[in-house]
Write a protein that binds this ligand. Structure first.
Ligand code: NI
Length: 404
């Protein structure tokens, strides 16, 4: 599918920003930083905000930055969230703006998110005389883990002034340039992890009657866990239980003492919160007990599902439709079992997170996210600013009717 954007839809002032957007994105791309270590990234953001005299606070949840742009007229408060961390991946692209740091790379597009948020801040600040409300721009650390959204909320970024609604976007190579993924309700999955150590009793591979074989117990556990999604979930509901780690034994004729299992659980429906850890442990406990083994079980709920507010999604969809020429460019089937800590913001205030298609196969810019050759078509940077600016405008005019 090739989707075209109307060239008139990006206003000339934002088109004129494009060169700088690319420059900021490439500078960030060359110096990627992992979660909670985004010092240089935050410094670049603060440097720009200082130059434009935009009020801001740095050092929130270690490396987070929040800029506040009060309009000249009173009105509601809309937050825009951008994540800014990179990944522990060795870049394999050969471009002039390649990562200068061994083993680190912006392989998810968060460099682009930061550039779009900076461009949006600049444009809105220049037009603050026309704004009927306040915009808060949240530059968030550590989306890739362990998660910067929650500590930023705990630090009060949604307060003073109190945020009425929030929007955010992800540059998305699963969609072609010009297409956009907008969906009400669950967009991305809850992300949970588990670890289980099964303690048996080791011994000679030829004398199993004297042992409790943790490999056999573990194999039964792996099989039984597959029944959670297939037998315990409503078939209409989606979920995944993946055992991605199974380590046991060193020799073919020895029964080991322990087997170690680990995996991830994903689902969309917030009503399933708390269901999986209980069901996993029930199965593990029952199987271990029946074989005379014992176990340790550790379960972590990392991010809840990313669930969009219907009203805010309607607002974003109407803005996206005003920018896209082809109606089929708005893609509602854009759910992914990937996770996002934007979910924590969306639990606090109504909002919408959406995908900005950025793949350009003709230019070879269509590798998946987290791939060492990931890169995206940079024309989305200006599109992102235009979308955010239009969302702000619409929210200040009619937003309260969308969030009731
Ligand atoms: Ni990402």
């Amino acid at each position: 599918m090739q989707v075209s954007l109307s060239s008139q839809t990006i206003r000339p002032e934002i088109q004129a920003l494009q060169a700088e957007l690319v420059q900021w994105r490439r500078q960030l791309h060359q110096y990627p930083e992992l979660g909670f270590q985004e010092q240089q990234t935050a410094a670049l953001i603060c440097d720009r905000l200082n130059a434009w005299k935009i009020e801001h606070q740095a050092g929130i949840a270690k490396t987070g930055v929040v800029a506040v742009i009060p309009g000249a007229h009173p009105g509601p408060v809309l937050a825009i969230r951008a994540d800014m961390d990179a990944l522990p991946i060795q870049e394999m692209n050969q471009v002039p703006y390649c990562s200068q740091r061994d083993g680190l790379m912006h392989a998810c597009g968060h460099d682009g998110h930061t550039a779009i948020a900076l461009g949006t801040a600049r444009y809105l600040h220049q037009h603050r005389q026309d704004l009927h409300g306040t915009v808060k721009i949240i530059f968030q650390p550590a989306e890739e883990g362990p998660g910067g959204a929650k500590p930023m909320i705990e630090a009060g970024v949604l307060k003073n002034p109190d945020v009425d609604a929030i929007i955010g976007l992800h540059i998305w190579n699963n969609l072609p340039l010009g297409a956009m993924g907008v969906r009400s309700g669950p967009l991305m999955a809850a992300v949970e992890l588990f670890d289980c150590v099964i303690h048996g009793r080791g011994g000679h591979g030829a004398i199993p009657q004297q042992t409790v074989d943790p490999i056999v117990v573990g194999a039964n556990v792996v099989s039984a866990l597959q029944t959670i999604v297939s037998r315990n979930l409503d078939p209409i509901t989606s979920g995944v239980v993946t055992v991605g780690k199974f380590q046991a034994g060193d020799a073919p004729n020895v029964i080991p003492d322990v087997a170690k299992l680990g995996g991830t659980v994903r689902y969309f429906d917030p009503a399933l919160d708390g269901f999986f850890p209980q069901r996993l442990e029930d199965l593990i406990a029952g199987i271990c007990q029946s074989y005379g083994a014992t176990y340790n079980f550790d379960y972590q709920q990392l991010y809840p599902a990313t669930v969009n507010h219907p009203g805010m999604t309607d607002l974003v969809r109407s803005v996206v439709e005003s920018v896209i020429e082809t109606p089929q460019g708005v893609v509602p089937e854009c759910q992914t079992m990937g996770g996002e800590d934007m979910s924590f913001f969306l639990q606090q205030v109504p909002g919408c997170y959406f995908f900005l298609g950025a793949a350009n196969a003709e230019l070879g810019l269509n590798y998946p996210h987290h791939h060492p050759r990931f890169d995206f078509d940079e024309t989305v940077l200006g599109t992102g600013v235009e979308l955010f600016v239009r969302c702000v405008d619409k929210f200040f005019k009619e937003g309260l009717t969308y969030i009731g």
